[in-house]
Design a protein around this ligand. Structure first.
Ligand code: NI
Length: 135
C-alpha cells in the first residue's frame, strides 16, 4: 500500500458555541472562541489517500482527481465563508477543528473509490492540528 497526499488551504471564520447554552456557559467553555462577532483562521489541510498502486497507470489515485475533489468539496465550500452561517453542515454542529476535520473527511471520502483509505489532517493554526481517518 502506498499513501499519496495533497495539501490545500482555506480561510474561514467561525464562532465556537452551543445555541442551547447560556452566553456565560459558552464563555466559560469556549472563551475567546465564543466571540459573538466571529474570528478567522488560515486553515491548512493534508488529505492522504492510501491504496494499492494500479499496475496499468502506476497511480494510487490520479492527483488531478484528488485535487479536483478537494477544490469542489472543501475549497469552494469553505473558503472565505463563515462556517457557522454559510456552511449547512455547521448549522447545528459546533465548528471546532475536530468537527471540521470529520466533515471534510466525509465529503472527500464519499467521492473516492471505496477501496481507497483516507486520512485528513487539518491545521487550525501552525501549532494546533487534528487528524481523522474514519475510526
Ligand atoms: Ni477559532
Amino acid at each position: 500500500m502506498v499513501t499519496v497526499s495533497r495539501k490545500a488551504h482555506f480561510n474561514a471564520a467561525h464562532r465556537l458555541y452551543r445555541k442551547d447554552w447560556s452566553f456565560e456557559k459558552n464563555d466559560a467553555v469556549f472563551g475567546k472562541c465564543n466571540n459573538p462577532n466571529f474570528h478567522g483562521h488560515n486553515y491548512e489541510l493534508i488529505a492522504s489517500v492510501t491504496g494499492e498502486i494500479n499496475p496499468e497507470t502506476g497511480y494510487v489515485i490520479d492527483m488531478k482527481i484528488l485535487k479536483d475533489i478537494i477544490k469542489k468539496e472543501v475549497e469552494d465550500a469553505f473558503d472565505h465563508k463563515n462556517l457557522n452561517i454559510d456552511v449547512p453542515e455547521f448549522e447545528n454542529l459546533n465548528p471546532t477543528a475536530e468537527n471540521i476535520v470529520v466533515v471534510i473527511y466525509d465529503k472527500i471520502k464519499s467521492k473516492l473509490d471505496s477501496k481507497l483509505d483516507l486520512e485528513v489532517t487539518l491545521y487550525e493554526t501552525p501549532r494546533n492540528f487534528v487528524s481523522y481517518s474514519g475510526k
